[in-house]
Design a protein around this ligand. Structure first.
Ligand code: COA
Length: 177
């Protein structure tokens, strides 16, 4: 599937506390900058082709935030993928929306950007007939846990030594409507 510039959606103002930023779909040209934000803000890094494959397969929920004055100044992103898992009661496969990654640059935090990214992207990935939204988060990452709880994610369990450095993850789940 192509991911060239022509697929870029018009930017729209995010419904948030601060209007110094805009949110739009990620494009191929944005990937390097998204990768830079990720590498600065999170210990988990991904190769370029990984971002490209998320963009090719789930473009509607791969969103970026940029400053209002510069569409190339990426200050946050969110990306999701769909995972198929057997249902508890049958062999039927269910679609789970898995939050792959979200980050906001330090200088732009606490302006509602992550909230806007989540509230815009969940309905987009949700259109793929998802039964629930799931994610992992470091047990020490209180900011992110607060954010997810605000969106009604609940801790469903702990994944021991989930991260490369040995830290545990909470597995959090939010049912789809
Ligand atoms: N202290 C406590 N709670 C915080 C917080 C902080 N410093 N920053 C965010 N939150 C929680 C609050 O519940 C907040 O709601 P409130 O403003 O009504 O109190 C909610 O998150 C939404 O805040 P928002 O401004 O939308 O978040 P943000 O744009 O600052 O981004 C993160 C939040 C977690 C994405 C950001 O801190 C970040 O990029 N962290 C590094 C990357 C990361 O940890 N990603 C998650 C990996 S699972």
């Amino acid at each position: 599937m192509g991911t060239d510039k022509d697929t870029r959606n018009d930017s729209y103002t995010a419904p948030a506390k601060d209007h110094s930023y805009l949110i739009r779909q990620c494009t191929f040209e944005d990937i390097e900058r998204v990768k830079e934000v990720n590498e600065k803000e999170l210990p988990e890094d991904y190769p370029f082709f990984f971002y490209k494959s998320i963009l090719d397969n789930f473009p509607e929920s791969f969103l970026v935030a940029h400053t209002k004055d510069d569409p190339n100044n990426i200050i946050g992103y969110i990306m999701w993928r769909i995972e198929k898992t057997p249902s508890k009661n049958s062999l039927r496969l269910l679609n789970k929306a898995h939050l792959v990654s979200i980050a906001v640059s330090k200088d732009h935090r606490k302006k509602g950007i992550a909230s806007a990214l989540l509230s815009k992207s969940m309905p987009m990935i949700g259109k793929r007939n998802v039964s629930e939204y799931v994610l992992e988060v470091r047990v020490s990452n209180y900011h992110a846990i607060n954010l997810y709880e605000k969106f009604e994610y609940k801790k469903e369990g702990i994944k021991k030594r989930y991260y490369k450095d040995g830290e545990n993850a909470y597995f959090m789940v939010c049912p789809a409507d």
